[in-house]
Design a protein around this ligand. Structure first.
Ligand code: WT7
Length: 659
């Protein structure tokens, strides 16, 4: 790739990087085809997505491509019958993919396991049978609280295969957060591991689940499956807890795939919103697989020989769409790594790239920023010549990190594809293709079939160069089908500590996402467009933080603080962090009897870890006696933030979207 314009140019908009000619020749989608896809999708979006759906296998095709009669509750492919696992796994057994690697796994200590499509298929069948034996069936919820292990992949696929619904909880969440999530979805089964390796240590996991399974939530959970990974002493409760190996050993490697309605739920994922209780996003089999399949193929230009490595944890949507379902739908090889990126030293990622010949490396800016610190000598020690595409996701990457990644990892030759999307969108929405002209820090343009706009508070499109709210103006197939148990208001679960528990209208929270500007989905991000129509994401517009690419609600963290006996009131703001992008700063009002001290600060940080888990990083704590509030009593976080950053509060008016 070469750049037109000078590298030293200060105006980032001036730097444009072009793909190497050879790459354009070899791309699955060339510039003319991309243009024609865009034209087709603009003129006939349903026809465009119907063609995308025709690339997959269905037990029965749809009566209609899109049912808009109950908007914003759009239904894609109503009447169709399918199962995503048939497309991700079963159908590959009939083709040359049968003996191709589906999954490469590397453990932190350096152990490794590989599964061909056929081997993975048989493992999934065994575990699917085991799940049925345990009494799990269509529509039941299964919580998967696991480190990145092959069994986590197998568990997700087996659950979906039998028509049950998986709901992953990132292993960085605490017992208390896990308990809330188990209860929210009324899980029948929890799948976990005895422990796993992280940064040279063994993290015990099963005991966290035991801790979570006390009280009310023990009622819904019938059984627990435990994968023997860390080989640590583990208490097993007779009749409730089962070793994974004992279960699958007894089962046959064939198992029928459940025929699902296209709009039946595939998975649930908790995500942070602006109110106290996390939202539980629901995705279905049909539209989700169509959207993920088409966009992953377009953006990552999948070739038969690719080794695809997305570094996300399976517990986030990126893990669902870009580690598991997307790559397997495409019939490519996906890579999963158990451990810490710096273990035993700062070249582990590059060691893995060269060891397995990774061709596509998709990661988050926070990881690149962390590795940048150690200098380019670490990647230089390894042969990274197999890489042909790089990807970024989760937060704005910024030109500096973009250029480092591009030069030191991508040799200045691999297109860097910055993909914008969300848990709610399910699939990539705004992203370049390998053939696109790139500007460092821009997510470029919406993919074909995706229509977005940037609007002001009244919903009017803003001109180029002006920041505004990002909205999606047309339905897309992988859009969430709703929020689970969406009765509006806050449900007042234990993770949030919010006890308001108001009952509202069915589907109210979902409707909210489309209600501010009727018919348009409000993404919650601030963005601007430049003169070329390129999009630049500037960050969240609401009270949601993005810490190391993980989404956390300020309300969730404030509630966690409020449950500490010394805390009377808490307000959280995001502050810039060199590595994590953003970190949380807490403003705390203590109860009358409590005194500020360093010990108390430590204790408060520890409390947060216990309440929400290590994902909720608190950078600093400041004690106050009052907090700025609106007349109705709402804390004005934007005033705190402006103070902290030394900005005029007015500058941030666009950011404050909650009043
Ligand atoms: C939020 C969604 C699905 C990706 C993992 C995060 C931010 C995501 C980008 C990007 C700038 C990005 C947005 C978005 N975000 N991708 N390429 N550039 N910001 O999924 O947890 O649902 O968070 O992540 O703020 O709204 P998520």
């Amino acid at each position: 790739m070469e750049h037109s314009g000078t590298l030293e140019s200060l105006a980032q908009e001036l730097r444009v990087f072009r793909p190497l000619p050879q790459l354009v020749i070899e791309a699955n989608v060339n510039p003319q085809e991309l243009e024609s896809f865009r034209r087709q999708a603009a003129n006939d979006p349903q026809g465009y997505w119907e063609e995308a759906a025709d690339e997959l296998d269905w037990y029965k095709k749809w009566d209609q491509v899109l049912d808009e009669s109950n908007a914003p509750f759009y239904r894609w492919f109503p009447g169709a019958r399918c199962n995503i696992v048939y497309n991700a796994l079963d159908r590959h057994i009939e083709t040359a993919n049968k003996n191709k690697l589906a999954l490469i796994w590397e453990g932190e200590p350096g152990d490794s396991r590989k599964y061909t499509y056929y081997e993975l298929y048989r493992e999934v069948n065994r575990f699917a049978n085991a799940l049925r034996t345990l009494g799990v069936g269509k529509g039941d919820r299964v919580i998967i609280y696991m480190p990145p292990l092959p069994e986590a992949v197998i568990a997700m696929l087996a659950t979906a295969k039998i028509g049950a619904i998986h709901s992953l909880v990132f292993a960085g969440f605490s017992a208390k957060a896990l308990r809330g999530r188990i209860r929210d979805v009324k899980a029948k089964l929890v799948i976990t591991a005895d422990g796993f390796y992280r940064n040279g240590q063994i993290i015990r996991l099963k005991q966290t689940v035991d801790e979570a399974l006390v009280g009310a939530c023990a009622d819904c959970v019938d059984s627990m499956v435990v994968v023997h990974r860390a080989k640590v002493d583990t208490d097993m409760l007779d009749g409730r807890d089962f070793w994974y190996d004992d279960l699958v050993r007894r089962e046959r490697p064939e198992s029928p795939t459940e025929v699902m309605d296209a709009n039946d739920t595939l998975f649930l994922l908790h995500t942070s919103g602006t109110t106290g209780a996390p939202k539980i996003v629901s995705h279905c089999h049909g539209g989700y697989m169509v959207g993920v399949h088409r966009t992953l193929n377009h953006v990552f230009d999948i070739k038969p020989t690719d080794i695809f490595w997305c570094t996300a944890d399976l517990g986030w949507v990126t893990g669902h769409s870009a580690v598991l379902y997307g790559p397997l739908l495409a019939g490519t090889t996906t890579l999963l790594y158990e451990g810490h990126p710096n273990y035993p030293q700062a070249d582990r990622m590059w060691h893995i790239v060269s060891k397995y010949g990774v061709t596509i490396f998709y990661t988050a800016p926070t990881l690149i920023r962390m590795l940048m610190r150690f200098g380019p000598q670490y990647p230089r020690q390894h042969d990274l010549s197999t890489l042909r595409l790089l990807g970024s996701v989760g937060e704005p990457i910024g030109p500096e990190t973009w250029l480092w990644f591009y030069r030191h990892i991508g040799r200045g030759e691999c297109p860097l594809l910055d993909t914008w999307w969300q848990t709610e969108t399910g699939m990539f929405m705004i992203s370049p293709l390998p053939i696109s002209l790139l500007k460092p820090g821009s997510v470029t343009k919406p993919l074909p079939g995706v229509e977005v706009d940037i609007v002001d508070r009244e919903g009017n499109s803003v001109p180029p160069g002006v920041g505004g709210l990002l909205v999606i103006t047309k339905p897309w197939p992988a859009m969430m089908t709703g929020y689970f148990n969406d009765t509006g208001g806050d449900k007042g679960d234990e993770t949030s500590g919010d006890k308001s528990g108001e009952k509202g209208v069915e589907g109210e929270r979902f409707r909210e996402a489309f209600s501010r500007f009727p018919g348009k989905y409000l993404a919650g991000d601030v963005a601007k467009r430049d003169e070329d129509g390129y999009l630049w994401i500037q960050g969240r517009a609401d009270d949601v933080l993005n810490i190391a690419g993980h989404r956390l609600g300020t309300a969730e963290m404030e509630n966690a603080f409020r449950s500490h006996p010394a805390v009377a009131e808490a307000a959280i703001i995001g502050v810039p962090d060199k590595i994590k992008g953003e970190a949380a700063k807490a403003f705390i009002i203590l109860i009358q009897d409590a005194q500020p001290s360093d010990d108390l600060i430590l204790d408060l940080k520890h409390h947060m870890r216990k309440e929400l888990g290590p994902v909720a990083v608190i950078k600093s704590i400041e004690f106050r006696t009052t907090l700025p509030r609106t007349r109705s009593g709402k804390i004005l976080r934007r005033v705190l933030k402006a103070e902290e950053l030394g900005e005029a509060p007015g500058d941030l008016s666009m950011l404050d979207d909650t009043e």
